[in-house]
Write a protein of this length. Structure first.
Length: 96
């Protein structure tokens, strides 16, 4: 496991290399919750504010789904859709 909590395993199966990446995201979820508690008391609207945090392994998966690289506008639009559907509410600090 590295500093981001990512674990990578490699297995050979019938001449194919299968790589599985997973990430322990509890620390990220705890930080998001703490930041959300602080953000809830904020008044007004800032031009820039933190919406949330997405684990690296999940960002990689979403990039593959949408076909855009992390950091591009296409990827950002895909992430916004994912975060707004409610399934990933624990990744949000303060919604869109």
């Amino acid at each position: 496991m590295n500093e981001w909590g990512i674990t990578e395993t490699m297995v050979e199966d019938d001449g194919k290399l299968i790589i599985n990446r997973s990430q322990d995201v509890q620390a990220l979820l705890d930080r998001n919750k703490a930041e959300a508690d602080v953000a809830a008391g904020s008044v007004g609207h800032a031009g820039f504010r933190k919406v949330g945090s997405v684990p690296l392994v999940l960002a990689e998966t979403w990039a593959k789904e949408c076909g855009f690289a992390v950091g591009t506008q296409g990827f950002a639009a895909h992430v916004k859709t994912k975060l707004m559907d409610g399934s990933y509410s624990k990744l949000l600090v303060k919604g869109y």
